[in-house]
Design a protein around this ligand. Structure first.
Ligand code: ADP
Length: 577
């Protein structure tokens, strides 16, 4: 699933990337706003709880302050009941004075037996009220009558007092033996009460308001605070007062959004959008790179296919060319073998006849010509033999013999060919094959051919000094031995440039060699093929004018049964021109 999404995003067109980013931005901003809303709602609920708590405290304060004052008045009522209504001014006045002192908010306390206000404390400032008969005061009588009828104390007001200011009137109807005796009326200084409450509660909530004048609860008139508090978003709490209820409105503090929260939420939203955009862009880039790679890969694959096709065609061409070359080479070898054979027969006749003529006492000038015919014919025969050898090798027809090689016989063969002529030319000649182990098997004739070739060359290119033939055993095992033959002379020597090419067919040290010494340039090439056929190699060290050392190595078997190596494995390399 994730891989699928990744693949889709990687292949997203670049133009869609920006639309996607815009959608992400809107999404994250929406989330940010939701968070801000949730945070504000949480804070609003907290503020509500706090406001309830404060309003509840205020209600308790108001109720306890009013009740404290009411208890004082109740004490007076209890005294009157205990005295069966028999009260004298001298008794009651000190008591009222004491209660007045205790009641923090009491403005005055009045006692009205049979509804006439006969006692009032303090008298000073309230003289006008003394003797007041309630049924005759229309502003107060309905409330007084209601309290009497309900036989319940009641808190009326706030009312504007004759003496000035506003007061709450706490009235207790006194019954003695179920008979109405009179009224105790306590005026509570409204302003002082709330000033005291303000001190206790430190501050009244802003916008705080009260309604329910005369204890009429939510139906009553608003008598304190801002009337607008009851219209708006406020908490409403009932306050129990004697004989009725007040209702308090405590406005909730307006929930103010914290701009920092919004800024932080929006910042996070922007940051997340930025990160997502970067991620998407990286994925799109990755997709583009992958596509480019795929294109390159397919281009490379096409190229590789073309190259393979080309190589296949070239290989086929080469194989065809090689087949043709091999066929041509075989034809050439066949031709050479045939032509050499055909030439050798008449040439042998020329050599034989010239020999017979030389034996029949020719005249001196005839003898000289016959000698030249003989030399030329022998040279031609040597050349033909060499060409025939090479042709045989190229045709893969050369097979090495497997017979015992006797060092003495080998040395004698070489000696017999060269010792006499070299002695006549005053060139010291030694053949020392004592280093050869006994009982080795191989092609003795070809071994002799190589030595004769080397010694023949040495004799050809040496005018004085010596020629030495030696052999070393490089390695001897149970079944074979590796030998190193050397033919060293003090002849004309070769330059390093000449050394580099003389083992190739038809190569000679320099152009004048054929003219001066004869030869075909095939002898060394044949030696190399033969040495390699015997699992060895050949080479030469030489300094121009100082002589040369030609060498070859061979591996000869110690086993009379084991066949020697054939020449086919090496022919192509040895004959490379
Ligand atoms: P060639 O029939 O011409 O002697 P080879 O292949 O036997 O053919 O020799 C190739 C050439 O190598 C010779 O023509 C000669 O220039 C050079 N060469 C061979 N052996 C010697 C030697 N011992 N001293 C100097 N040059 C040599």
């Amino acid at each position: 699933m994730f891989a699928k999404l990744q693949y889709r995003l990687q292949n997203l067109p670049a133009s869609l990337l920006y639309w996607l980013t815009l959608l992400l931005l809107l999404f994250f901003l929406g989330c940010a706003e939701l968070l801000v809303f949730e945070e504000q709602a949480g804070r609003g609920a907290e503020q509500r709880v706090q406001a309830w708590h404060e309003a509840g405290n205020l209600r308790v304060l108001i109720e306890s302050e009013l009740n404290a004052t009411a208890h004082i008045a109740s004490g007076v009522a209890s005294y009157i009941v205990a005295r069966k209504g028999q009260i004298e001014s001298a008794d009651i006045t000190p008591m009222l004075a004491e209660l007045y002192r205790q009641g923090r908010h009491i403005r005055n306390i009045g006692i009205a037996p049979a509804n006439r206000l006969n006692f009032i404390y303090p008298l000073v400032g309230n003289e006008a009220a003394l003797g007041l008969y309630y049924p005759e005061v229309p502003t107060q009588w309905p409330a007084v009558r209601s309290a009497i009828e309900k036989r319940q104390p009641s808190l009326a007001g706030p009312v504007r007092m004759l003496q000035g200011g506003e007061a709450l009137i706490y009235r207790i109807p006194v019954y003695i033996d179920q008979t109405y005796w009179g009224l105790i009326s306590t005026a509570i200084d409204n302003e002082r009460l709330f000033r005291h409450l303000r001190t206790l509660g430190r501050t009244l909530p802003a916008g705080f308001a009260l309604r329910g004048r005369d204890g009429k609860g939510s139906e009553g008139e608003i008598f304190m605070g801002d009337p607008a508090a009851f219209d708006g978003n406020s908490l409403l709490l009932d306050i129990r007062i004697p004989g009725g209820n007040w209702q308090m409105a405590a406005p909730l503090p307006p929930s103010q959004g914290k701009p920092l929260v919004r800024i932080a939420a929006w910042s996070v939203a922007l940051l997340l959008t930025g990160l997502c955009h970067l991620l998407l862009r990286a994925l799109v880039r990755q997709g583009e790179t992958l596509q480019a790679l795929r294109r390159t890969e397919s281009a490379l694959s096409g190229q590789r296919d073309r190259l393979e096709e080309e190589v296949r065609l070239r290989t086929a061409e080469l194989s065809h060319a090689r087949d043709r070359a091999e066929a041509a080479s075989r034809a050439k070898s066949r031709f050479l073998a045939n032509i050499s054979h055909e030439i050798r027969t008449p040439l042998n006749a020329v050599i034989g006849l010239s020999y017979i003529l030389q034996r029949q006492q020719p005249r001196p000038e005839q003898a000289d010509k016959l000698k030249r015919i003989d030399i030329a014919a022998n040279h031609l025969l040597e050349l033909l033999n060499n060409i025939l050898d090479l042709a045989r090798i190229e045709a893969g027809k050369l097979e090495l013999q497997h017979e015992e090689i006797v060092p003495e016989v080998l040395a004698e063969t070489v000696n017999a060919m060269f010792a006499e002529q070299l002695r006549q030319r005053d060139i010291a000649f030694t053949v020392n094959l004592a280093g050869m182990p006994k009982m080795l098997f191989g092609d003795s004739l070809r071994l002799g051919q190589m030595l004769i070739n080397y010694v023949g060359n040495a004799a050809k290119f040496t005018t004085h000094g010596h020629i030495e033939v030696t052999v070393d055993c490089l390695e001897e095992k149970d079944d074979c031995a590796r030998l190193h033959f050397r033919v060293c002379d003090t002849g004309i020597g070769l330059s390093s440039e000449q050394l580099g090419r003389i083992f190739a067919p038809f190569e000679q040290g320099d152009n004048s060699t054929t003219r001066r010494f004869g030869g075909s340039g095939l002898g060394l090439a044949i030696c190399r093929v033969l040495a390699q056929a015997m699992d060895g190699d050949c080479g030469a060290e030489s300094r121009l004018g100082e002589g040369s050392c030609f060498w070859f190595t061979v591996r000869l078997s110690k086993n009379a049964e084991k066949p020697a190596l054939t020449v086919e494995n090496h022919e192509s390399e040895a004959l490379r021109v």
